[in-house]
Design a protein around this ligand. Structure first.
Ligand SMILES: Cc1cc2nc3c(=O)[nH]c(=O)nc-3n(C[C@H](O)[C@H](O)[C@H](O)COP(=O)(O)OP(=O)(O)OC[C@H]3O[C@@H](n4cnc5c(N)ncnc54)[C@H](O)[C@@H]3O)c2cc1C
Length: 283
């Protein structure tokens, strides 16, 4: 199919983009890398009246170092993150996970802001942002506000963004030398969306402190089972202890089946990816 007719705007400043996006008499959508939005428009699953292209906006670009965090502009593409020395040094979990996101052609265009705003439950980036305790800066004609990643992803393709609001940047705390990170995903082919995956961050592994575990591809949103860490905090927990605690947490929440697997299989796969990610952290 071909896209339905739409108006196209390419503002040269963030202020102009926000005014265009604030119109409430039409369906106005932002265009970032277009790697999800354009296929959706081609299938006519999305039919915006107006597309506001963010690609000329300098204000949404760049990877900057601050004292305790790295600030990443929403229009930063996956390929830029992969090539960044700042990311390699300060956000090692990104460097582990980025090669698993789609294929290099898609990573050349797809953006961190687009992935967060889309909130695909099988996507890696939302889970990474929650595991890393990232903060999302949203901006609209009314001003800016900050939203913790753990409060941002509300459901299937649903976020805490209000109408007319854009993601401006994403701030990720710098990793400390003693921090440990884990990542594992199961896909049918490399580059496919995950059937199940997990992102893990811990301040220390032995004794265990500040553990965060977030699954993706198993529910209608990133599945954050970080609450289990309270029972293990400060202990010398083994991988088996962590997996058992995570299984109890998963058991209390309903996992969602999809075209790949039913809910029972997803529950099994969640255990498999967690065990393998933990093994990778200890290796
Ligand atoms: C074949 C294929 C395989 C893929 N595999 C994977 C995969 O394995 N894992 C994965 O995570 N993704 C995968 N993707 C999706 C890809 O990562 C997308 O690039 C990403 O999900 C969306 O980013 P984008 O910059 O392309 O956003 P776009 O497609 O341009 O936009 C997506 C949505 O976000 C909104 N938006 C964009 N930027 C902003 C902003 N700054 N503020 C507010 N709203 C905004 C748009 O209005 C739109 O609704 C795949 C895509 C394809 C085509």
């Amino acid at each position: 199919m071909k896209v339905a007719d739409f108006h196209y705007e390419r503002p040269d400043s963030l202020a102009k983009a926000l005014v265009l996006l604030s119109r409430d008499d039409a369906d106005v959508q932002a265009l970032a890398g277009g790697q999800s939005l354009m296929p959706m428009m081609n299938f006519r699953l999305a039919q915006p009246d107006t597309l506001v292209d963010l690609n000329a906006l300098e204000e949404l670009r760049g990877i900057r170092e601050a004292a305790n965090h790295i600030e990443i502009g929403a229009m930063t593409r996956y390929a830029m993150l992969e090539a960044s020395d700042l990311v390699r040094k300060h956000i090692p979990l990104f460097s582990i996970a980025l090669p698993h996101i789609a294929h290099s052609a898609i990573r050349n265009r797809g953006t961190i802001g687009g992935s967060a705003a889309l909130a695909d439950p099988a996507a890696e980036m939302p889970a990474l942002l929650i595991a890393l305790n990232a903060t999302i800066t949203a901006v609209s004609t009314s001003g800016e506000r900050k939203i913790a990643a753990k409060d941002f992803f509300l459901g299937l393709y649903e976020t805490a963004l209000d109408e007319g609001e854009l993601i401006k940047s994403i701030s990720v705390p710098k990793a400390l030398i003693e921090n440990r990170f884990g990542f594992y995903e199961l896909t049918r082919r490399h580059g496919d969306y995950a059937m199940a995956g997990v992102a893990i961050a811990a301040q220390h592994m032995a004794p265990l402190t500040g553990l965060r575990i977030v699954f993706f591809g198993v529910s209608d949103r990133p599945l954050d089972v970080t609450a289990i860490a309270e029972t293990l905090e400060g202990q010398s927990a083994t991988d088996t202890d962590i997996v058992e605690a995570a299984c109890r947490a998963i058991g209390n929440q309903s996992l969602h089946g999809d075209l790949n697997a039913d809910a029972a299989t997803k529950t099994h796969l969640a255990q498999v990816v967690l065990r393998r990610a933990l093994r990778g952290m200890n290796a």
